[in-house]
Design a binder for this molecule. Structure first.
Ligand code: SAM
Length: 261
């Protein structure tokens, strides 16, 4: 592990996205401030969180089955089983995974993320996606940048406001990846259920957290120059659900897997 644990930096007086998300998923690694935010969110947000996690599961399993055995996961969140490495190493035991999050609470739980299969490797670095260079420098010490890598930015970029250049960040990360690499991205929508999106954004803002929800067109901008894997940019439950359900499950989460080069 690169950054030593520093539990004292966990601020329990203010809600944090990782802990609100943990509450939404039914986890126990959150505080009353986080629960208070979660309680006030529209119920669709919890459904979206569960749909997002299920998408992550399917997307990384798909890539691991297709032979991808290196993953750079940014905005990892508090461990929730099955974690990405458990899914991937269940298919490709020698897979290497680098996890990254900026929240000290994730670092505190990183031990659970670091239990690798004996043949593979897991690694954790505390870092901010807004400093992609630092993340890439670290990832290069673990992953082989001459072979394909899957970059997962799952339910992360809607925490990065436009003023922090989210498109430049994703372009910097994607352009550093070797040929044959993939991006796995999910992003909460501003335009599927606009009223719910507005309520959620307001609720996060009142608690001091940025939520920068984006429209389909704005999410598609992250994918410029990439080749989308079928079924393309869809909602999370629509991503590889096989036969279309008679009544599609509504979802306010966009999801996509794309080949970056
Ligand atoms: C909604 S959770 C998603 C967790 C996991 N990727 C998933 O989809 O199940 C978002 C995570 O992104 C992290 N995050 C938010 N802003 C970040 C930033 N600027 N740099 C790194 N991580 C960030 C939060 O701490 C949180 O753990």
């Amino acid at each position: 592990m690169t950054t030593p644990p520093s539990p004292s930096r966990i601020d329990t007086s203010q809600a944090h996205p990782a802990r609100v998300y943990d509450w939404l998923l039914g986890g126990k690694d959150n505080y009353p401030v986080d629960e208070a935010v979660g309680e006030k969110l529209p119920p669709e947000v919890r459904i979206g969180a569960l749909q997002n996690r299920a998408f992550m599961n399917r997307a990384v399993a798909y890539l691991a089955s297709a032979g991808v055995d290196q993953f750079l996961d940014i905005g990892t969140g508090i461990p929730t089983e099955p974690n990405l490495h458990q899914i991937v190493q269940g298919i490709a035991p020698s897979a290497k995974i680098v996890y990254t999050d900026h929240d000290p609470i994730v670092l505190r739980h990183a031990e659970a993320l670091l239990v690798s299969s004996p043949e593979g490797r897991t690694d954790y670095v505390q870092a901010d996606v807004r400093d992609p260079g630092a993340i890439l420098d670290h990832a290069r010490t673990v992953l082989d940048f001459d072979r394909p890598i899957a970059l997962s930015l799952i339910a992360l970029m809607h925490f990065v406001a436009d003023e922090h250049d989210p498109y430049g960040i994703v372009a910097t990360l994607a352009s550093a990846l070797p040929s044959g690499s993939h991006l796995v991205l999910s992003h909460a929508a501003s335009d599927i259920f606009p009223e719910i999106a507005e309520q959620a954004t307001e609720q996060y803002a009142r608690s001091g957290m940025t939520l920068a929800l984006r429209s389909r067109k704005e999410v598609a901008r992250f994918l410029e120059g990439m080749e989308l894997v079928e079924p393309g940019l869809v909602t999370a439950p629509e991503w590889f659900r096989g036969e279309p359900a008679p009544e599609p499950e509504p979802s306010g989460m966009y999801a996509v897997v794309a080949q970056v080069s």
